[in-house]
Design a protein around this ligand. Sequence first.
Ligand code: SF4
Ligand code: SF4
Ligand code: SF4
Length: 151
Amino acid sequence: MPVSPFQIYTLLPKTNCKKCGYICMGFAAALASMEARPEDCPELLKPEFAENLKKIKELLPTGEKAETGLIITEERCIGCGVCVVVCEENRASEEIAAGKGPRFDAAVVLRVEDGVIKLVSPEKCKRTFKTPVFCRACVEHCPTGAIELVG
Ligand code: SF4
Ligand code: SF4
Ligand code: SF4
C-alpha cells in the first residue's frame, strides 16, 4: 500500500522553511513518490528529529521498489517503446541512438520484450545513482500509465 503524504507530513518539522525546495506538505508528497530523500530536509537531521527521521524512513519503500521507485503494470503496456526512447540513459545505447531499438544491447534500463516493457537494468536508472536524479521521463511519456512511481 503506498505511503500517504499526510502520514509523512505529520512527522516533518512543519516550519515551511523551504530549505528542501518545497513547503513541508510538498516535501511529504515528494518523499512519498521518491522525488526526494529525507536527508534533503536539513531540519530533520537535527537531533530533536532523530526519532521522526527514523519513522519516516520506516514508512518509505524498501527493497526492489526503493531502487527506482518505478512500478510497471504489464497488463497496461502496449509495447509502444516510447519510454525506451525517452529515457536518457537508454539513449546512451548505440542501437537506440541509431533508431533500431535495443535488440541486442544489454546496457539499457528499459527494453520491450515480447511486446511488454521490462525494467532490465534498474541499477542504470538515474534514480538509483549514488546522487539520485529524480527523473520521471518514462512515467510522463507512457501513454497508458503502465509505468508509475510509488506514492
Ligand atoms: S526543509 Fe524540512 S522543515 Fe523546511 S520546508 Fe522542507 S520539509 Fe519543511
Ligand atoms: S526514470 Fe528516467 S532514467 Fe529511470 S528508466 Fe525512467 S526515463 Fe530512464
Ligand atoms: S510502458 Fe508505456 S511507454 Fe513503455 S512500452 Fe509500455 S505502453 Fe509504451
